[in-house]
Design a protein around this ligand. Structure first.
Ligand code: C5P
Length: 402
């Protein structure tokens, strides 16, 4: 999708600037024409020689070339671009962009740029979390800029938290999707829960279930392939996500899954509740391993929050909420009742009575029931294909085809 696209790559003074060389390499490999613009601090972290060698164009960082007096036109650059990416973007540059402080070539070019702008912040966790940074990012969003959120992990400061610049492959994937207008879920944000939850009894034991997470992961891949940005809230599973547009959040208990999912829901266009959430958790968790005795033991359980039902309560106009129902009897009527009770728009019904359907299998056989009366049977086939069919139904619904 990036072939022939004119891209301005803005690089600022963060240690993540070293990743910008790889990002540039990936963009060039995709066939983009890239002009690098650096802030003076950016040049302290990576040399313009490296970047001009990779891009095949001299790096621009000053308004004038000192010895020749040649003027670099930020206006022409801004008009030339099909997209501008600022990666890494420091708190300082984000602040200047948000407030129009055009005291260097990069921010001046940003203000002249009519093309879509993508910003990949990189900074220490406390700087990122600061109210000032968050407010500035909100301002950038309100100008229509796209924020490529930083990842969570070890930072240059050796602290761990949110602030690592997103990996170059993911940044390229974001751009790729942006320019691909054929994808049905392009520009949509999807939250998916997947897998089982583990409810702790003591440090070595838990209450769990047989869910493998395969259906949820297949849905995440299918949504990402359809162009969506996916947040995958995964219980304990032994699966890996593949697509760069999937952001995975690992959780263990229903309570953790509830908190992570609710926090993401506000920004989501679609939520698919595919996890097999434990309905109950032990009322108390022992700090030490419970010893075996000859006595009978009673484990008191408390109900877990119902994530799907909570999202159903919070649902805004335009948000699509999809649930799953695993039933053993009166399948269709139970599923429809669940859809009503949780305020879902679609419910995907699995029957444990069907061979090749449900837990742990690589195949599934489902019926997708819509609130407005539709019912589509998807025959037994690999979960990846079932997921693609479900995504197709949802995409057609969103586009008004119903
Ligand atoms: O009520 P039941 O568990 O059968 O409903 C299944 C649907 O509700 C699934 O979509 C499941 O992911 C979701 N659910 C949930 N939180 C719970 C229980 C179920 O999100 N605590």
């Amino acid at each position: 999708m990036l072939k022939g696209k004119h891209i301005i790559l803005g690089i600022t003074g963060s240690i993540a600037a070293y990743k910008a060389a790889y990002l540039l390499r990936l963009l060039i490999k995709q066939g983009a024409e890239v002009q690098v613009v650096m802030t003076p601090a950016g040049k302290e972290f990576i040399t313009p020689v490296t970047l001009s060698s990779l891009s095949g164009k001299p790096v621009v960082s000053e308004f004038f070339t000192a010895n020749t007096g040649e003027w670099h036109s930020h206006v022409d650059l801004g008009l030339w671009a099909d997209a501008m990416i600022i990666a890494p973007a420091t708190a300082s540059t984000i602040g200047k962009m948000a407030n129009g402080i055009a005291d260097n070539m990069l921010v001046t070019t940003y203000l002249s740029c009519k093309a879509p702008v993508f910003v990949a912040p990189a900074m220490d966790l406390d700087m990122y979390a600061h109210a000032s940074t968050q407010r500035n990012l909100e301002l950038l969003k309100s100008y229509g800029n796209h924020i490529i959120e930083p990842a969570t992990g070890e930072l240059a400061s050796h602290l761990t938290g949110k602030g690592r610049m997103e990996e170059p492959e993911r940044i390229v994937a974001v751009l790729d999707r942006f320019f691909d207008s054929t994808q049905p879920l392009r520009g949509k944000r999807v939250v998916i829960t997947a897998g089982p939850t583990y409810e702790k009894i003591d440090p070595v034991r838990f209450i769990g279930n047989y869910s493998s997470g395969k259906m949820g992961f297949a849905l995440a891949e299918a949504c990402a392939q359809a162009g969506a940005e996916v947040v995958l809230v995964a219980g304990p599973v032994s699966l890996c996500e593949r697509h760069a547009a999937i952001h995975r959040i690992d959780v263990e208990s229903a309570e953790e899954m509830y908190r992570a999912t609710v926090a993401e829901y506000d920004r989501a266009d679609i939520a698919i509740m595919c996890a097999a959430v434990a309905d109950y958790a032990p009322e108390t968790v022992s700090d030490v391993k419970l010893k075996r005795t000859l006595e009978e033991r009673v484990l008191r359980l408390k109900p877990n929050p119902d994530i799907a039902a909570e999202l159903g309560r919070r649902k805004r106009t335009g948000q699509l909420l999809v649930g799953f129902a695993l039933e053993t009897n009166d399948e269709e009527s139970n599923a429809r009742a669940k859809m009503e009770k949780k305020n879902l728009d679609f419910i995907v019904l699995n029957s444990l009575r069907d061979a090749g359907a449900g837990f742990r299998c690589d195949t599934n056989k489902v019926t997708v029931i819509g609130r407005e009366g539709s019912s589509v049977e998807i025959p037994c086939k690999p979960k990846a294909e079932v997921a693609a069919d479900i995504v197709d139904i949802l995409a057609r619904y969103i586009s008004g085809e119903k």
